[in-house]
Ligand binder design. Structure first.
Ligand code: NAD
Length: 296
């Protein structure tokens, strides 16, 4: 078993670090939040006082941070992970961040001959706790092969998406599609209702016809047809509209840099931004149904 530095013990990272500790690794955990540190300690991690302290003896480093700027600040610079990780250490960043930052950090790691992958996840806090996350991994074949056993302690599906940054590419494209299908599904249910077709009947028909999607059958935004969906709990999150907006913005940023046209992604981003402006972005992302119905 190995010594693993784990930085970022929030909603997702807390469960992931706990699963690495359960596998038998010595997890040296660090977060800026004392509460997060206390939870990690209860989950079997050893608490570090700083990023540098966490790196002490670590053969592997895992980070789960909010956004690109946090990842750059923790990895780069003279007090960063890249300058201070031990020789031959493996670096895994599982945060959802912009593709440019992911590639910049992996390039900097390669300059010190450190293997690094971007490995963002799909699946929420429940999957992080249960160890059933899906990982989308970017990096060399060698780095992927090194990272895989550790990712298997935290997830169930591990995909190699290609070179550095391609994990983030898969993540933003997937979530842009999810945001678009969610908005489209809301529109269809709202229109059906206005035209006198109840949600259950429309669901029974469309879920076995060509309108079917994950947004409909696993996460139906209309209350009723899928008992486990947040729609039946007044849209309590789940995956918040704020998180969806973050991912939609990353997708639009990536589209602009690649000169790709994503008109539906841009429209869905604008709708989620309305939820933010209305102060309702703490609702589940399927709560966009309220906006479409005109009752946010
Ligand atoms: P979170 O805000 O709960 O956790 C982030 C943690 O990082 C916080 O505890 C914070 O204190 C810590 N942190 C920030 N800067 C730090 C630093 N310099 N040093 C040490 N710790 C630092 O966020 P989360 O929900 O755990 O999400 C983490 C990442 O996973 C995000 O990029 C998010 O987009 C992505 N993600 C989240 C979900 C979800 O459902 N929550 C699902 C998939 C992907």
């Amino acid at each position: 078993m190995n010594t693993i530095a784990f930085i970022g013990l929030g909603n997702m990272g807390g469960g992931m670090a706990a699963n690495l500790a359960k596998t038998g690794h010595n997890v040296r955990a660090f977060d800026l939040s004392p509460d997060a540190l206390a939870r990690a300690k209860n989950a079997g991690c050893n608490i570090a006082n700083s990023v540098l302290d966490a790196l002490n003896g670590a053969e592997v480093v895992v980070t789960m941070l909010p956004a690109g700027q946090h990842v750059r600040s923790v990895y780069l610079g003279e007090n960063g992970i890249i300058a201070n990780a031990q020789k031959g250490a493996l670096l895994i960043d599982s945060s959802t961040i912009d593709i440019e930052s992911a590639r910049a950090v992996i390039t900097a790691a390669a300059e010190r001959e450190l293997a690094m992958v971007d490995a963002p996840v799909s699946g929420g806090v429940g999957a992080a706790t249960a160890g059933t996350l899906t990982f989308m991994v970017g990096g060399t074949e060698t780095a992927f092969a090194k990272a895989k056993p550790y990712l298997e302690s935290m997830g169930k599906n591990i995909f190699h998406a290609g070179d550095a940054g391609n994990g983030q590419v898969a993540k933003v494209c997937n979530n842009m599609l999810l945001g678009i299908t969610m908005v489209g599904t809301c529109e269809a249910f709202a229109l059906a209702e206005k035209l006198g077709l109840d949600a259950q009947t429309f669901y029974d028909i469309s879920s076995t016809a060509s309108g079917q999607s994950w947004s409909m059958t696993a996460y139906c935004p209309a209350p009723g047809p899928v008992p486990t969906s947040p729609a039946n709990n007044d849209y309590a999150a789940g995956f918040t509209a704020a998180m969806m907006l973050k991912d939609m913005r990353l997708a639009q940023q990536a589209a602009a840099s690649a000169k790709a046209s994503t008109p539906l992604g841009a429209q869905a981003e604008a709708l989620y931004a309305l939820m933010e402006v209305a102060g309702k972005d703490d609702l589940d992302f399927s709560g966009i149904m309220k906006l479409i119905r005109g009752k946010l």
